[in-house]
Design a protein around this ligand. Sequence first.
Ligand code: MG
Length: 376
Amino acid sequence: MINRREMLKIATAAGASSVLPLPALAAQPMSTQEKSEVECSLKRLMLRHTWTTTMSSSEYRDTVQFQFRRDGIAGFGEGAPIIRYQEYPEQAMKAIDAISSQIASGDPWMYQKFLAQMRRSLGDHQHAAMAAVDIAVFDWIGKKLGLPLYQFLGLDPSAAPITDFSIGIDTPEITRQKTREAADFPVLKVKVGLQTDEATIEAVRSVTNKPIRVDANEGWTDKEEAIRKINWLETQGIEYVEQPMPAHMIEETKYVRGKVHLPIFADEACTDVTMIPRLTEAYDGINVKLDKSGGILEALRWIEVARAVNLKVMLGCMVSSSCTVTAAAHLSPLVDYADLDGNLLVANDPWRGVRVEKGRLLLPTGPGLGLTAQHS
Ligand code: MG
């Protein structure tokens, strides 16, 4: 396709006295359909290993799957509500169903206004539901334009960072086995936050010397204990520590940060864009997740705000299928660290999307999210 400047050259060469009107090039892609069709369902994702953190232990996760159809094109989205944020799969699905006619009558080309309206209509504690709607709309837009999401967002897929692989809390023997299974990943993220932390890290270190990140999931409630653990972790080749203390203990976390060298990242403490500037008091970076921000549009704002206040940014995910993980991976060229392995913990992933090769995220080049169905 020729661009405007080339058209102008052609017009000038042909002796035209003024710039030709270019309605076909200037036109915005239009929908032929007045309303969209939407569909929401629950999907139980079975886990390869029982997944244990300081928060819970589970064999499966229920997620919300959402479809946005218009002009014969279907966009797919997913949300993974978790109890930590008082969000539940059944309620998330009901919340989406309750506004399905609003979603169906919204204009996806005005996605800023449209998604802001849907966010208001869904209300508080429906961030995962919002993520499902937002991701499906962006998948639809990319498919309609024939562009992969990273290209629509103006991002360089070769700048996608390495993702780590997460190891949940387990016995030393199983931790060693999981570490061996993660041999292809150059970086590991290990869940800690219990009395067994030293034994867990020693089990990983008995198998590998590769860099480790740790996530305490708010597990240390005593600031002196947190300092002791973090300073010990520093001797074990740890890169950074995620959410050492409970989210509300910002003063204690600030104290801890003043006594340790390792960078401290906020995950559970970062649930709204307005909190981000204040987090600079106690943290070096934030963990952005689509299920916390409520999708791609808001995650982009989080990243911008974090950058503006000099916070590092990592991109994480809940236990999800390749739908959410791929959506997040399309944003990964914008961040410092990626922890996008939620789909790799799932045994019955309905989608194939982002791939990981020696830890590097390989973004799909198909339009939208670039997903293809699996086990269909
Ligand atoms: Mg975390």
